[in-house]
Design a protein around this ligand. Structure first.
Ligand SMILES: *Cc1c(COP(=O)(O)O)cnc(C)c1O
Ligand SMILES: [Zn+2]
Length: 409
């Protein structure tokens, strides 16, 4: 592939050829790799002008910046090119110069994970695999199953027995072979790893596969293009494994290297106080240590993040900040985002916005600044917590006098 130079290990810096490997042989599982692109080669066919003429309204418009061979992407699900809404009320309430909301819950399986799964499925197809495997309780699994179903690729998904019904339902509908493991998440992950080694399926386990970050970076490419190559001062991202925030930074870095934007936005990494290994590490100026997974924002309840280097780099190199918010603030933000902007996010989906609200309160982000928040998943994924945030409807007999007496009007 002419647009790729090779891999670089994020730990030891070793340069490696671009092949099917996923981690650095010297550093083992921790040796997560960066894909090194040849920007001079890419520049020849990819620019603001070429994009302006491109009417492909999906993340595949950025295929020249993905680690894939050129191909026709029209058979795939339409991932990406999600709306970037200028805030109508919340930005003014917070006293910001401008606020934008990137609603990634609009993706085909209703989360930003579709960007990673779309690229993973494209890679599996390119390499000729007929089965993809993944272990997850949530959006990584459902997006993998959906995007693979579209392309006729089989999926084997490992979930812990206690996985939420709604998310399991999505998997069953997409025709995945769903293995419900009698054990916790770690036991589930370990079984999937052993099975992948035995059966040789394509591995879409979160964190280590460098392709996934390169899919997620398309959200940053879109934000920049949708803002006419003048991204906001800040971009706020909720963080679990760290793959999403790493991707956001990679996307802006690509555009900066290509001369398509003049500066990289500061990135605000947001976690729940119930599970915030990155925030703790930043505050105490030390490395990561395993944290409890004690938050209702299940998609970011990751005590041992598998992509720490890319996540830490995203915040430090962009001059950003880490911040944690309570589960109460997350539930309150579900309500606020729904009521002020019409955007319905799952708890992890609105965590970035909750972090923005706290950052404004603490004076970390000022009134002269512009901000984009990413809403990473739809609120319909987690109806139970939505009702917890918003309360129950008013019960009423079917006549007008009962309606008048109910007090709801
Ligand atoms: C996975 C996920 C995140 C966090 O992404 P990481 O790559 O794990 O940091 C945030 N929000 C939602 C809805 C997710 O599914
Ligand atoms: Zn290494």
């Amino acid at each position: 592939m002419k647009h790729i130079v090779g891999y670089r290990c994020t730990i030891c810096g070793a340069e490696l050829p671009y092949d099917e490997r996923m981690t650095c042989p010297r550093c083992g599982e921790k040796g997560i790799l960066d894909i090194v692109f040849d920007y001079n080669y890419i520049k020849k066919g990819f620019s603001r002008e070429s994009l302006a003429k491109d009417h492909n309204n999906s993340m595949w418009r950025y295929a020249p910046l993905m680690p894939l061979k050129p191909r026709d992407f029209s058979p795939f699900l339409r991932v990406g090119w999600t709306p970037l809404y200028p805030s109508r009320r919340l930005g003014a309430e917070l006293g910001l110069r401008a606020l934008y909301i990137k609603d990634d819950g609009i993706n085909p399986t209703a989360s930003l994970k579709d960007r990673a799964s779309g690229v993973a499925v494209a890679k599996a197809v390119e390499l000729g695999y007929d089965t993809i495997a993944c272990s997850s309780t949530g959006n990584a699994a459902s997006s993998c199953a959906g995007n693979a179903a579209r392309m006729g690729v089989k999926t084997v998904i490992f979930v812990p027995q206690r996985a939420p019904e709604g998310k399991v339902a999505q998997l069953m509908i997409f025709g995945a072979k769903v293995v419900s493991v009698k054990g916790d998440y770690k036991a589930t992950f370990d079984l999937s790893k052993a099975a992948i080694e035995k059966y040789g399926w394509y591995n879409r386990n979160a964190g280590i596969n460098p392709i996934l970050t390169e899919g997620k970076k398309t959200v940053a490419l879109e934000i920049a293009e949708q803002l006419s190559w003048q991204p906001t001062d800040w971009v706020c991202v909720s963080v679990g494994d760290g793959c999403t925030i790493g991707g956001v930074y990679n996307g802006f870095k690509d555009l900066y290297e290509l001369g398509m934007i003049e500066r990289i936005p500061k990135i605000l990494g947001v976690q729940s106080t119930g599970c915030c290994p990155f925030v703790d590490a930043a505050r105490e100026k030390r490395g990561l240590i395993p944290a409890e997974e004690n938050t209702l924002a299940d998609s970011i309840a990751v005590g041992v993040p598998r992509n720490p280097v890319k996540a830490l780099r995203a915040v430090s190199e962009s001059g950003g900040k880490w911040i944690a918010v309570s589960d109460e603030e997350i539930l309150d933000t579900m309500r606020v985002l729904g009521r002020t902007e019409g955007v319905f996010g799952e708890p992890a989906g609105v965590t970035a916005t909750a972090g923005l609200r706290r950052a404004v309160k603490e004076g970390l982000i000022g009134s002269d600044e512009t901000v984009t928040v990413i809403s990473t998943g739809s609120g319909l994924k987690d109806v139970k917590n939505a009702l917890r945030a918003a309360g129950s409807p008013t019960l009423c007999e079917p006549n007008l006098s009962a309606l008048d007496a109910s007090g709801i009007l």
